[in-house]
Design a protein around this ligand. Structure first.
Ligand code: ATP
Ligand code: MG
Length: 348
């Protein structure tokens, strides 16, 4: 399986550049696929027939299109060294909080900026007021920073299910990065954020499914869903609804994961915990959506709220990181590692 491929990403790049290039796919089918939110061959190759059918395509055609799209990829199997080469292309987005960046640093990340990985879902879990949305606002700023300082020189897509997104807070947080933002300062930072409100779980899923063009056209490198589970939790009530709720959340997250991989984005979802966590030992946070959400997210970070703006980030689950904790502080400037005006007492 040696190859002359220069860029490791070629291993998984389709020979078909656009849908119309797929053999036997006419304009009408391409239009129907786009209506279902599919405008790239990569997304079709990783879709289910059911998803393609939402635009009106028959099941047989949907299966045929998926098969064609998959055939466009030169490699289904790669070697471990090729995988390592591929992983080397993964980028990282600084959170703007150095203690959290440090916590998120993997062993194979030497020489790269620290922070949240592209092509992956990071789940921020925590009780009400722990700072999940605040951190998400901050990432909308850091994603716009130059790569040389840990940004991705890209833009953000914010899917807001709780009407919490606050443009003025983004501007306030961005002041700390003012020197690094070039001409993106002030209100211009907001032009780098595409925003959508999701009223129901169906709407939320449809917004994400239809976001392919928005992502491509706006150089989106960060997708935030804040909160991932709120709508599902409100709509699917009772034990008898549990399995359909889990199924819907799972489909939604798989879609997000595929988008993160195809468009090389950082995906961040926020999620609440079921009951009030206690700050004592034996504490066992129970994120909403249970195992399904945790299983699909790569990294699950729990944020614990302490006194005086102090927060503890703890890795609940990660395939790449050892267990660990980081101390953070929620301030006017956003989420920071060290605070200059720290209170003397270390009480919690
Ligand atoms: N300008 C600011 N300066 C300092 N702290 C702020 C500022 N704005 C908001 N906060 C703090 O942020 C906290 C709320 O954080 P956030 O909204 O991110 O919580 P959350 O984890 O998203 O909660 P929820 O689960 O309810 O969505 C509050 O403690 C609030 O005091
Ligand atoms: Mg929130």
């Amino acid at each position: 399986m040696t190859s002359e491929i220069k860029d490791a990403r070629e291993y998984f790049r389709s020979k078909y550049k656009q849908i119309e290039d797929l053999p036997g796919i006419g304009e009408a089918t391409a239009t129907t696929l786009k209506k279902a939110g599919f405008s790239s061959v990569e997304m079709i190759a990783s879709a289910t027939a059911k998803e393609l059918m939402t635009g009106g395509l028959g099941e047989e055609t949907a299966n045929k299109v998926i098969e064609l799209a998959r055939k466009g990829f030169a490699h289904a199997f790669i070697t471990g060294s090729q995988l390592m080469e591929l992983r080397r292309n993964q980028e990282f987005l600084t959170t703007g909080c150095d203690s959290l960046d440090e916590l998120m640093t993997r062993e194979d990340q030497v020489g790269k900026p620290k922070g949240l990985p592209t092509e992956s879902i990071t789940e921020l879990v925590g009780e009400n007021g722990s700072g999940k949305s605040q951190l998400s606002h901050q990432l909308c700023v850091t994603v716009q920073l130059p790569k040389s300082v840990g940004g991705l020189e890209g833009n953000a897509l914010y899917i807001d299910t709780e009407q919490v997104f606050t443009p003025s807070r983004v501007i306030q947080i961005s002041k700390r990065f003012s020197d690094l933002l070039g001409d993106k300062k002030g209100t211009k930072i907001l032009d780098g954020i595409t925003y959508a409100e999701a009223y129901t779980s169906d709407h939320q899923a449809a917004l994400l499914a239809g976001a392919e063009d928005v992502i491509k056209e706006n150089n989106i490198k960060l997708i935030v869903i804040d909160s991932l589970t709120g709508n599902f939790r409100a709509e699917f009530l009772g034990r008898e609804m549990l399995s359909s709720r889990q199924q819907s959340i799972s489909e939604h997250m798989h879609k997000l994961m595929r988008m993160a991989v195809v468009f090389k984005c950082v995906a961040v979802v926020t999620n609440q915990v079921q009951a009030d966590p206690t700050p004592y030992s034996g504490f066992d946070p129970k994120p909403i959506g249970g195992h399904i959400v945790g299983h699909i997210s790569h990294d699950r970070i729990f944020i614990r709220k302490l006194k005086d703006g102090k927060r503890i980030a703890k890795i609940l689950k990660s395939p790449f990181l050892p267990e660990g904790e980081a101390v953070m502080h929620l301030t006017d400037e956003g989420m920071v590692g060290e605070r200059t005006d720290a209170p003397k007492s270390d009480e919690i």
